[in-house]
Write a protein that binds this ligand. Structure first.
Ligand SMILES: Cc1cc2nc3c(=O)[nH]c(=O)nc-3n(C[C@H](O)[C@H](O)[C@H](O)COP(=O)(O)OP(=O)(O)OC[C@H]3O[C@@H](n4cnc5c(N)ncnc54)[C@H](O)[C@@H]3O)c2cc1C
Length: 478
């Protein structure tokens, strides 16, 4: 049972993105009021906004994270689906070409893994809507930027902000949460208070993204699997990959990405060429006939950056969540799920201690770091092997052994249902990576796939018909 809130406990969350919204949901039951301070304007509908540029790129919300959102804000899935978000069963709803080959789309009645596929503007708007419906004492103050933290290097006591007209405002609070994403303004604000610097680890495979929205062909609009052509980190060459995600409108959001030395560009003509030169041309075949909607969006906001607030002498009354604490290479699609699971961890610590306890921020920061470690380990465990990666040290013996083990498991996974289930447990952040280290999994890695490799993507007859019609029609006749 949540403790009753201490009457004066006010919480300020800096940043009204997904991590900030979910942190507000986690802390609201324990606070007399929550103020979310956001630099941007937050639209009243699922519309693009300046402060969320990554919304132009494909996003998947794995079930490990989506379930955490539901636990914090019941009714979110229902509202997502009412607005068209796709519920994609995993692995059935995914056509995935791994370095070892095509994954089978096993049908399993007992399987409970899924991903929510929607444009990010919708995903976030629904969560924000559920938050304001659930908690009348949470307030968003938009068009505001932080000026300084109140307090000293031992305890933060609030935040001074400025509105768009430059007017200052003082927000006293028992707790200030930095959820400003990759902007991560907390470190700068803490330095002004005289707090010691926060150690940072950075692993950068130099990944660049190019994405474009396409109107999918008629036969594909009511339902289409996620298509994922993965990169191979074992070749020693710069790697490229593609993801096609069906959106709430039946369109396809297509993201191409490449590590340092193999970057997609904003050039419209080069988009399809890049997709065609990947390990398999399926994504290129799909976009060839689909009608593009709008320009190509680019980003290089992809390095893995971990700010070790949990190890720093951070003042009481301050903590960081989401990308502001741990940002991971987005190709593994874990940022939102990690933020959601961290928010749930935050609520557990708040249930135990209450937010005014002097130990709260430190304990909560450690719990958040533990949750974020899963995505960090998965992402950096791969990225360290891409050529030109910038990292504190090259992969050591343990990382190389783990890399070889995962490669062997991936190989087994293309023809072993049990291995796929365990992989999916971990990939969806439903279960910890220790699931991959059981004796049965070690045997499976040694044995290899039980079934032969597929010689092409496992398409249903309807999907094959769409692809055939796409291949038959040349949209660029000579
Ligand atoms: C190309 C790309 C693809 C991705 N794909 C996936 C995916 O498939 N699945 C997945 O789970 N994750 C994905 N991610 C990661 C995901 O987008 C992030 O992990 C997630 O948005 C983190 O949420 P956040 O709230 O921490 O940060 P953000 O969503 O970035 O929100 C930060 C908020 O803080 C505000 N802000 C910033 N500075 C200030 C300031 N000074 N004052 C006040 N407010 C401020 C911003 O306006 C914004 O509202 C992807 C990311 C990228 C770049």
């Amino acid at each position: 049972m949540p403790r009753p809130p201490a009457p004066a406990a006010h919480v300020v969350v800096l940043g009204g993105g997904l991590a900030g919204t979910l942190a507000a949901a986690a802390l609201a039951p324990h606070a007399g009021g929550v103020t979310v301070v956001e630099r941007d304007r937050l639209p009243d509908a699922p519309e693009p906004r300046r402060g969320l540029p990554q919304a132009r790129h494909a996003h998947l919300f794995w079930s490990g994270g989506a379930r955490a959102v539901e636990a914090l804000l019941p009714g979110t899935h229902e509202l997502w689906e009412r607005h068209g978000a796709r519920h994609i069963p995993i692995p059935q709803g995914m056509i995935s070409y791994s370095p070892a080959g095509w994954f089978r789309r096993w049908h399993d009645e007992r399987s409970h893994h899924y991903a929510i596929a929607a444009r990010r503007d919708l995903t976030d708007w629904v969560v924000r809507t559920r938050l304001t419906q659930a908690f009348g004492h949470v307030e968003f103050r938009t068009d505001r930027t932080p000026v300084a933290l109140l307090g000293d290097s031992r305890r933060v006591r609030g935040l001074e902000v400025r509105d768009a007209g430059g007017r200052p405002e003082t927000l006293e609070a028992a707790l200030v949460v930095d959820a400003t994403g990759r902007a991560a303004v907390g470190g700068r604000l803490l330095a002004v208070l005289g707090a010691p610097p926060v150690p940072v680890t950075r692993v950068d495979a130099g990944v660049a993204y190019a994405s474009r929205l396409y109107r999918a062909p008629e036969g594909a609009r009511a339902g289409w699997p996620v298509v994922n052509i993965q990169a191979d980190p074992t070749t020693g060459e710069p790697a490229g990959l593609a993801t096609v995600v069906p959106t709430e409108t039946g369109d396809w959001l297509v993201s191409l990405s490449g590590t340092r030395g193999r970057h997609p560009t904003g050039d419209v003509a080069a988009f399809e060429e890049f997709a065609r030169a990947l390990r398999h041309p399926l994504a290129a075949d799909l976009v060839r006939r689909a009608t593009p909607v709008g320009a190509v969006a680019l980003t290089r906001s992809t390095p893995n950056i971990r700010r070790h607030y949990d190890r720093a002498a951070t003042p009481a009354g301050f903590l960081a969540v989401g990308d502001a604490a741990t940002a991971c290479n987005p190709v593994y699609a874990h940022g939102m799920s990690s933020a959601a699971r961290s928010a749930l961890a935050l609520r557990r610590v708040a249930d135990e201690l209450g937010v005014t306890d002097e130990r709260f921020a430190r304990r909560a920061q450690k719990a958040v770091a533990r949750e974020a470690a899963a995505a960090w380990t998965l992402a950096t465990g791969q990225d360290l092997f891409f050529p030109g990666v910038e990292a504190p040290a090259p992969p050591g013996f343990a990382a190389r052994a783990a890399g070889r083990y995962v490669t062997a498991l991936m190989n087994a996974a293309i023809g072993d249902h049990h291995v796929v289930q365990r992989f999916t447990d971990v990939m969806t952040l439903e279960k910890p990576a220790t699931r991959l280290a059981t004796p049965r999994m070690v045997l499976a890695a040694l044995r290899g796939p039980r079934l032969p490799k597929l010689d092409g993507p496992a398409l249903t007859p309807d999907e094959q018909a769409v692809l055939d019609s796409v291949r038959r029609t040349d949209p660029h006749p000579k």
